[in-house]
Design a protein around this ligand. Structure first.
Ligand code: SER
Length: 308
């Protein structure tokens, strides 16, 4: 019997992931948790600081948890403002969970990585799975180190850990917090509310992106995949679409013709410039049949329909 704990369920991915996991495995088998208080939860919720090992262990015992999705993290822009805490949260949370799996308290772990593991020296177009990796952000350094530790725990201790390098994620059910790709969510909210958007990245900054529904499906498909099919235990490249602020604003104008975008790049421009423009995810396609459903056109249509 599966008992799943999602840590960081109030973040951009968490809410939608919990919703989908509950559809698949049953409401009572998915426990959501976050460091924040929760007032309006319908399923089981635990207020939990993942850095507190004792509390973490007692939640796992209380609910007989055997599978964990660890989503708590500081993202790229926030971690640049607080490097020490970014490193602490992103690494210690992972060790706490990997060690529980090593001690066989839990049997399976999901942990997200990111396109931020790549850096300015990485080939930018169709970035392959195996390539130069010299991330220049605290977030990217923590994700690359985390990937190495995941693979290490798999090889040395037989820990069943699985991971995806998410591109920028775009959805209408939740807001992102502290990332460099956040503009691609914000732009829809502002376009609908004020028909104006001041973009913190320049018009030609192309980045890999994905619609949230695709990302959630990829996560669950990877976790359900037969372990013998998985050739990668660090983290899989994962691709959906690629676009820049100019291209997404052109799509938005098809629905909101008087939408206006202006560009005021800030410190996040440098982060975006260090990341790939597009991703080659052939290993995910080959190993567990990954296939995205959303391109920029379908994404724009869906976002505008649901936010209007
Ligand atoms: N979307 C994330 C960020 O911008 C990347 O993983 O930080």
């Amino acid at each position: 019997m599966k008992k799943i704990l999602v840590i960081g369920s109030k973040g951009q991915i968490g809410g939608e992931l919990v919703e989908e996991l509950r559809k698949v495995y049953g409401q009572e088998n998915v426990i959501s948790s976050d460091i924040k208080e929760d007032n309006n939860t319908n399923g089981i919720y635990e207020k939990l600081d993942v850095l507190n090992k004792e509390d973490l262990f007692s939640v796992i015992k209380k609910h007989a948890v055997n599978e964990i999705y660890l989503l708590a993290a500081l993202l790229s822009a926030t971690a640049e403002k607080n490097p020490a805490f970014g490193w602490k949260l992103n690494m210690e949370s992972l060790f706490n969970i990997l060690d529980l799996a090593k001690e066989k308290q839990i049997t399976k772990v999901y942990w997200p990585s990111s396109i931020a593991v790549f850096g300015p020296t990485t080939p930018k177009i169709n970035t392959p799975q195996y390539t130069i990796m010299e991330p220049s952000t605290v977030y990217g350094i923590s994700k690359l180190a985390g990937e190495r530790w995941c693979e290490y725990y798999y090889n040395k201790y037989n820990v069943d850990v699985r991971s995806l390098r998410y591109p920028g994620l775009i959805g209408w059910k939740s807001m992102p917090g502290g990332g460099t790709t956040d503009y691609a969510v914000d732009i829809f909210h502002q376009a609908i509310k004020t028909k104006q958007y001041e973009c913190f990245l320049s018009e030609n900054t192309t980045l890999p992106m994905m619609y949230m529904e695709d990302a959630i499906r990829a996560t669950i498909e990877l976790m359900q995949a037969n372990p013998t099919c998985l050739s990668i235990r660090s983290s899989y490249n994962l691709a959906g679409m690629s676009f820049n602020p100019k291209e997404i604003s052109t799509e938005i104008k098809k629905f909101i013709p008087d939408f206006n975008i202006i560009y005021k790049p800030d410190y996040r421009q440098q982060i975006a410039d260090s990341w790939p423009q597009s991703i080659d995810d052939k290993e995910a396609k080959n190993d567990w049949n990954w296939k995205p459903n959303y391109n920029l056109e379908k994404l724009t249509q869906t976002m505008i329909k649901n936010l209007s």
